[in-house]
Design a protein around this ligand. Structure first.
Ligand SMILES: NC(=O)c1ccc[n+]([C@@H]2O[C@H](COP(=O)([O-])OP(=O)(O)OC[C@H]3O[C@@H](n4cnc5c(N)ncnc54)[C@H](OP(=O)(O)O)[C@@H]3O)[C@@H](O)[C@H]2O)c1
Length: 271
């Protein structure tokens, strides 16, 4: 059965969106287990601070590759940059993301397309760059950070929810295709997590819809994701309340779910 590959000096875990929130927590979780990490995001200074913190706290190699994942050419250069460091990617964590909200027709179309590039295109691109070698070695792990929003369309976050449905479907399929190849593939679907996500997106209806006790910490979500990957779990939804929400949502007809969510989010946007 596949699990997390054992730490190796020539191997690294490449984590996108490691400059804050869930990505930074995943980097800490992996480094604490003895894995070398390669931190990817746009804010290089933040990545350097985290790399220094990890290299001081644990006997691991922590590398920094600043990259705008919305830029296809910059993404395309990543495999060569990893190779130039003398490293191979044993674990790939597709975590980077952003989320807009509001009625689609009122949103900036360019920002919506950027969201798709980061949440969908970059995930396919990076899996395409690193998963074939993992399958050939019969060893590796791919963690894809999707969202609770991936389980159904969500009015007021049309592009985000659709993009997360894409990454959830893609991750589940990859999990099935790589079964028996020694490569773990897990899709992590958190509910609300207290991170900078809501500073980047601006005041978000999720902050009003979900009461605070239902929010998870980035650390708890990161641990659940890495433990799920180590067990090659197909999908991980952190938190019992969120798992109950997903299960009950699946029982309701699609039209009813859309109506209820529209009422919820419309009300929250209006507050
Ligand atoms: N917070 C939640 O409630 C929640 C719930 C479910 C799922 N998620 C998902 O969890 C993931 C992490 O989000 P978070 O909550 O940790 O938010 P966060 O604290 O805002 O972190 C987002 C990360 O993505 C990176 N990023 C964004 N655009 C990028 C780009 N163009 N190129 C490279 N990196 C980029 C950011 O780095 P730079 O700005 O430095 O580039 C940052 O490191 C996302 O995929 C999000 O959709 C979050």
């Amino acid at each position: 059965m596949p699990g997390l590959p054992a730490p190796h000096p020539a191997a690294t875990c490449l984590i996108t969106g490691a400059s804050s929130g869930i990505g930074a927590a995943i980097a800490r979780e992996l480094a604490s287990r003895g894995h070398g990490v390669t931190l990817v995001a746009r804010r290089e200074e933040r990545l350097r601070d985290l790399a220094n913190e990890l290299a001081e706290a644990y006997p691991v190699r922590a590398e920094v590759l600043a990259c705008d994942l919305a830029d296809a050419a910059a993404r395309g250069a990543l495999p060569g940059r990893v190779e130039a460091l003398g490293l191979r990617v044993d674990v790939l964590v597709n975590n980077a993301g952003l989320g807009t909200h509001g009625r689609f027709v009122e949103l900036d179309a360019a920002r919506e397309a950027e969201q798709v590039r980061v949440l969908c295109e970059a995930v396919v691109d990076l899996c395409g760059a690193f998963a074939p070698a993992m399958a050939a070695r019969r060893s590796g792990g791919v963690l894809i950070v999707s969202s609770l929003s991936g389980f159904q369309p969500v009015p007021n976050t049309a592009t985000y929810a659709a993009a997360k449905a894409f990454s959830l479907s893609f991750g589940e399929t990859l999990h099935a295709e790589l079964r028996g190849c020694g490569v773990s593939v897990t899709t992590l679907c958190p509910g609300p997590v207290d991170t900078e996500f809501f500073e980047v997106s601006g005041p978000h209806p999720t902050q009003r819809v979900f009461p605070k006790p239902l929010w998870e910490t980035a650390e708890a979500v990161a641990r659940a994701g890495i433990e799920g990957l180590a067990r090659n779990r197909r999908v991980v939804v952190p938190g019992a309340a969120m798992r109950a929400l997903v299960a009950s949502g699946r029982l309701a007809p699609g039209g009813l779910r859309l109506w209820v969510l529209d009422r919820f989010y419309r009300g929250a946007e209006a507050q």
